[in-house]
Design a protein around this ligand. Structure first.
Ligand SMILES: NC(=O)C1=CN([C@@H]2O[C@H](COP(=O)(O)OP(=O)(O)OC[C@H]3O[C@@H](n4cnc5c(N)ncnc54)[C@H](O)[C@@H]3O)[C@@H](O)[C@H]2O)C=CC1
Ligand SMILES: O=C(O)C(=O)[C@H](O)COP(=O)(O)O
Length: 370
């Protein structure tokens, strides 16, 4: 079997080699010539799987180490009989922890506790549910908007987007990018949405850039309709809007899902898809694990104040990435390819927590030493 894999998919090299010839390519090297003899492609969101790439090839399976699959022309693949798979939920916890870290960073800077604030979550799937878990555990109120789910499961527990625009102190988007259909999300955060905002909410987009309309977002920010702005996803990545970068409170180069745990999950799911599709056994899958953190124990006694928040920001602090991107916005993709993948909360053990601190940190996902 021949596999062509993106050479920046972590923890992959050497794992599938016992059962396949694996050719590792940069994203730019994903050309019709280079993929035509592959049976399977292992891709990331930067590898556009279009008709132009695939037509005339013998590719039978595309498996993406990502949750989103807007980089795959699924209609063409379905027509051409090419199976395609994404990696549902692989980095959902990572995105939720990114959002939470961003909110905490701003809350600490402003001296405005998050407790008691209302967050509106737009898109309550794998990621949105994890965001809800963290925010509820921390004492925030949650409004949930998800019309496809509301239609399938009943309205209970869901609110219209307008209610979020009116009542939320923070709005965070976690929908897929879809361009067609009744629930299309392209430019969902557009002029109409921003006009309806009532409480100068903090605005977060860690879903896909085109879920917001850049001009409308710029306008809303300049007009003061938005209090704070956290952006991980941008229209037209990697060539991002420099004015928006300037106006963002926290700006990162599409790394919300880049925890080591999320990356390992994505890689493992791709290999499992290959096993299932081609009826083969990849013995080394068990070796796809994230590395142990450099300092797996977090001692709360080392912090002077805000002990819980400092513990949370130990593994990942968005300001480090934000600073780097502002200094070199032209290196957007370089930062992504050379990223130091942080571990998620579950990889850390907290020591010297009071019973109350231990309860909260456990609910957020940390290990606690009694
Ligand atoms: N920044 C990053 O690094 C990452 C970004 N993502 C993005 O986040 C998206 C969501 O991920 P998951 O939660 O895992 O996907 P999911 O498919 O589990 O959930 C998405 C939810 O959005 C809902 N939805 C669809 N259209 C909607 C609309 N018009 N309004 C409100 N809700 C709508 C769906 O019903 C579903 O419940 C992915 O598709 C991907 O584009 C995912 C991982 C990492
Ligand atoms: O999973 C998704 O969807 C994402 O947005 C990923 O975090 C993007 O990861 P890469 O495709 O850049 O590896």
């Amino acid at each position: 079997m021949k596999i062509v894999a993106d050479n920046t998919v972590p923890y992959l090299k050497g794992i599938a080699e016992p059962i396949a010839e694996v050719n590792y390519l940069t994203s730019k090297e994903f050309t019709p010539e280079n993929v035509k003899n592959a049976d399977a492609l292992i891709v990331r969101s930067i590898d556009k799987c279009t008709r132009e790439l695939l037509e005339g090839s013998r590719v039978k399976l595309i498996t993406s180490a990502t949750i989103g699959f807007d980089h795959i022309d699924t209609r063409y693949c379905d027509e051409a009989g090419i199976a395609w798979k994404n990696s549902p939920g692989c980095n959902a916890v990572s995105v939720a922890q990114y959002v939470f870290a961003g909110l905490l960073t701003i809350a600490l800077r402003k001296g405005e506790p998050l407790q008691g604030k209302t967050i509106g979550i737009v898109g309550v799937g794998h990621v949105g549910k994890e965001v809800e878990k963290l925010c509820s555990a921390y004492g925030m109120n949650v409004l949930r908007n998800d019309p496809p789910r509301a239609e399938a499961e009943g309205e209970d527990g869901f609110v219209p987007l307008d209610t979020i625009a009116e009542q939320a102190d923070i709005v965070t988007f976690h929908t897929p990018l879809t361009k067609e259909g009744r629930f299309a999300t392209r430019h969902l955060a557009g002029e109409d949405f921003f006009r309806k905002l009532q409480r100068k909410p903090w605005f977060v987009n860690a879903s896909r850039g085109a879920v917001h309309n850049t001009d409308a977002l710029l306008h809303a920010r300049k007009e003061g309709k938005i209090g704070e702005l956290i952006l991980d996803c941008w229209e037209n990545e990697p060539d991002i809007n420099r004015k928006l970068l300037e106006l963002a409170t926290i700006a990162t180069p599409h790394i919300a899902g880049f925890s080591a745990d999320g990356k390992a999950n994505g890689t493992r799911m791709c290999l499992e898809n290959i096993e299932k599709f081609f009826q083969v056994k990849i013995e080394k899958i068990g070796e796809v694990v994230p590395p142990v953190p450099e300092t797996p124990v977090i001692d709360l006694d080392r912090f002077d104040g805000n002990r819980i928040e400092q513990a949370i920001l130990t593994g990942f602090n968005p300001l480090t990435v934000d600073r780097a991107l502002r200094e070199h916005p032209d290196r957007f993709e370089w930062f992504r390819a050379n990223y130091h993948h942080p571990r998620e909360y579950g990889a850390y053990t907290i020591v010297h927590a009071t019973p109350e601190e231990a309860g909260l940190l456990r609910r957020l996902g940390f290990g606690i030493q009694q």
